[in-house]
Structures are given as C-alpha cells and as structure tokens.
Design a protein around this ligand. Structure first.
Ligand code: FMN
Length: 173
C-alpha cells in the first residue's frame, strides 16, 4: 500500500481473531523492524516474539486486557542502553528512540500486510521482566499484540495540522 494511505489506514486494533500468523508474514514484519534506522546504526534493541497459546493468564499480568492475548502473537521491544548511541554534548541516550522507530516500522509493515497491532505502553514492566526474563539494564519499551483484526477502525481523532506544526521557531512570547 502507498505509505501516505497506510499512515491513514493503520489504527489501534483492540479485538483479534485467533487465526495464526503465517511464518513468512511474521518474518517480513520482523525484517521491516530490522531495516529501521537507528542512531549511529547501533541497532540497540531486541524484539521478543511471544506465542500466546496456553500462556494467556500469565501474559495478562503484563497488560491486563483480554484483547492483549487474543491473537497468536505478542511482540515486545527492548532498548539496550549500554549499546545505544549517546549524544556527547549532554549524554542523552537514544536507545528508547531506536526501539520506538523499529517498533513503528514493525507496526506499519503489519498494517500493510493486513495485520492488526496496538502500541502498548501502559504495561507492567516488573511483570514483563519476570515473565520474559528481561535482565537489568535492558528496558522493555513497548508491546503490541499481532494478529488479524476482529474490529473495524473508528474515526481518526487528530488535531488540525496548524496546531501541530510550527514554522521557523517556537512562537515568541
Ligand atoms: C507510545 C504509545 C503508547 C500507547 N499505549 C497504549 C496502551 O497502553 N493501551 C492502549 O490501549 N493504547 C495505547 N496506545 C494507542 C493510542 O491510544 C492510539 O494510538 C491513539 O489513541 C490513536 O489511535 P489510533 O492508533 O487508532 O490511530 C499507545 C500509542 C502509543 C503511540
């Protein structure tokens, strides 16, 4: 699909069919994340692919919504701060940004291939660490369910472009 159309068509899917995701499609989606740009090409992230079958109750400890565990797969993305590029002037670590861009590539690729996703930030990081054995120093940044949608998109609520875009500088006081 044309990217500009895809940007309008993607939506947060909060109901999923149980149908499995073909392995070739999953690999295409993961490859889109692999191709994401990262600061200084450090690729300071890891994707965790989790099969939900038989683990629904345990996985709901990460994010307690029935639809989170409805599809066959959940994908988590973690930032590796120690590997990430840091800006020399102020030390800002770009690991979270790398992880976010990779996840967005994955989410847009999924939408392009007819699959549903939903960004999840309101998860329990402690439960995620325990259940997925994520060590200290590795930051779980976001999760998404991944499967075929069982709902329909609603109306997109967005601010008008003039509220979101400034030209030349922040407005003077
Ligand atoms: C960083 C981020 C975190 C989000 N976390 C959650 C979440 O924890 N739970 C949820 O249901 N939706 C979450 N969302 C989805 C947003 O609510 C959704 O993207 C927004 O309302 C716009 O709707 P749309 O995605 O359908 O266009 C998150 C989105 C982003 C980008």
């Amino acid at each position: 699909m044309d990217f500009l159309k895809l940007a309008h068509v993607r939506y947060s899917v909060r109901a999923y069919r149980p149908d499995s995701v073909p392995e070739a499609i999953l690999q295409q989606i993961l490859d889109a994340a692999r191709m994401a740009p990262t600061a200084a090409n450090r690729q300071a992230f890891r994707l965790i692919v989790v099969h939900t079958a038989g683990r629904e109750q345990e996985l709901k400890r990460i994010y307690c919504r029935d639809w989170f565990v409805q599809p066959p797969l959940i994908i988590g993305i973690c930032a590796i701060a120690a590997d990430a590029w840091k800006r020399s002037t102020d030390g800002k670590n770009y690991g979270d940004v790398d992880a976010t861009i990779a996840m967005d590539h994955l989410i847009m690729a999924a939408a392009d291939l007819g699959l549903g996703t939903c960004w999840i930030a309101a998860f329990d990081p402690k439960a995620a660490r325990e259940i997925l054995h994520i060590p200290e120093g590795i930051e779980p940044v976001a999760f998404t369910p991944l499967g075929f949608p069982a709902d329909k998109p609603g109306l997109k609520k967005r601010q008008p472009i003039e509220n979101l875009v400034l030209y030349e500088s922040w407005p003077h006081p």
